[in-house]
Design a protein around this ligand. Structure first.
Ligand code: GUN
Length: 283
């Protein structure tokens, strides 16, 4: 079998057209969705991500403000800025780019963001709501994965989903979203014994480990759906995922490439969440 490629770029563009239409509707009601992004320090990758988020906002007709803070900023000053943004009516989403410098308590910062503006979906209130199937901001990468599958017409109820990786940002929540849609979910991680035994059971395999080309053909069942969340650089400096694409694509039914797979969906769902927050501010 040769896998069908799930084109994340194309699906993201389709979703962005829908989001732009919702932005127009909200503007006609007098509300322009606004995102505040806080960037602390000078991490190169973070700066690129933040720039892409601002660009996406502007392309969709939304407002965005970037608040840059020095690496040495105190936790108190950062928390004061978040408190101010929590009370700013034309800001509907607040995103603090992670990672933060070591002297700042990341948990405390996340918990200081109003759950109603937590468009990253990282606040424990939103995580709890997600777990109990209530209305919540869903974390952007996991949410983007669910949209990719929906748009590709892949049915989820009853499927065996194996998630490799258990980060708070991707692995844990994506498993929960699959469970919410009646999948059977297995989590694997660095302490899992006999990884291929588990991954070979997967109808849908999500690789979110951050190790280049970690998932090989031997890990994959014929015809499986492979979702590659990795964004790594190989020895040659080339962008690659967690999945050894060429060998796995020969065996899988569907596969997301890197780049242009999961990546474009993350920012798209951030825009979606910000617009959802703006719409909910009218209630
Ligand atoms: N750093 C890497 N990914 C993310 C993300 O999705 N949100 C935030 N806030 N920081 C990140």
């Amino acid at each position: 079998m040769t896998a069908q490629i799930i084109n994340g770029k194309e699906i993201a563009e389709k979703k962005r057209v829908e989001i732009a239409e919702e932005v127009i509707r909200l503007k006609n009601l007098g509300v322009t969705p606004g995102l505040a992004v806080i960037l602390v320090g000078n991490n190169h990758a973070s700066r690129t991500y933040v720039r892409n988020k601002e660009k996406a906002c502007h392309e969709l007709g939304m407002n965005s403000i970037l608040i840059e803070m020095q690496e040495e900023v105190s936790e108190e000053e950062l928390l004061a800025k978040i408190a101010e943004l929590n009370e700013t009516p034309d800001i509907h989403g607040i995103l603090v780019q992670l990672p933060l410098p070591k002297h700042i308590d990341e948990k405390k910062v996340i918990e200081s963001i109003s759950p109603s503006k937590d468009v990253d979906g990282f606040h424990p209130i939103n995580i709890g709501r997600m777990m109990t199937g209530q209305n919540a901001f869903l974390p952007c990468t996991p949410y983007g994965i669910m949209v990719l599958l929906e748009e590709t017409g892949i049915s989820i109820p009853g499927k065996h989903v194996v998630v490799v990786g258990r980060s708070n940002i991707v692995g844990k929540p994506v498993g929960q979203l699959f469970l919410n849609q009646d999948a059977t979910v297995t989590y694997c991680h660095s302490k899992t014994k006999d990884l291929p035994l588990h991954t070979n059971q997967a109808d849908i395999l999500v690789a979110a480990v951050g190790i280049p080309n970690f998932i090989k053909a031997e890990h994959v069942k014929d015809g499986a759906v492979i979702i590659d969340v990795g964004i790594n650089r190989n020895e040659a400096g080339k962008l690659c995922g967690d999945v050894a694409f060429d060998e796995v694509a020969k065996k899988a039914g569907y596969i997301t490439p890197v780049p242009k797979g999961v990546g474009p969906m993350t920012i798209t769902m951030l825009m979606y969440n910000t617009v959802k927050s703006a719409a909910e501010s009218l209630n």
